[in-house]
Design a protein around this ligand. Structure first.
Ligand SMILES: [Zn+2]
Length: 70
């Protein structure tokens, strides 16, 4: 049986919660990971995805949602 580990805390997980985003969010120093549109926004066709446990997922998404609400 395959076992999975949380990419943030390393804990073994049975259920994976995906944290998905465009690749340059985590690789901002590498210009090859994105291009820039007419309005100067970074954009990419490639995604990065981390597998999280529910505890880390709640933390990460909670922080993202706080930013979203602003
Ligand atoms: Zn975790």
């Amino acid at each position: 049986m395959t076992t999975y580990h949380c990419d943030k805390c390393g804990k073994e997980i049975k259920q994976i919660y995906s944290f998905r985003f465009l690749i340059y969010i985590a690789d901002a120093d590498r210009p090859v990971s994105y291009y820039v549109d007419n309005e100067g926004n970074r954009i990419s066709g490639r995604e990065e995805c981390f597998d999280l446990c529910i505890k880390c997922y709640n933390k990460v998404m909670g922080a993202a949602y706080e930013e979203f609400k602003k």
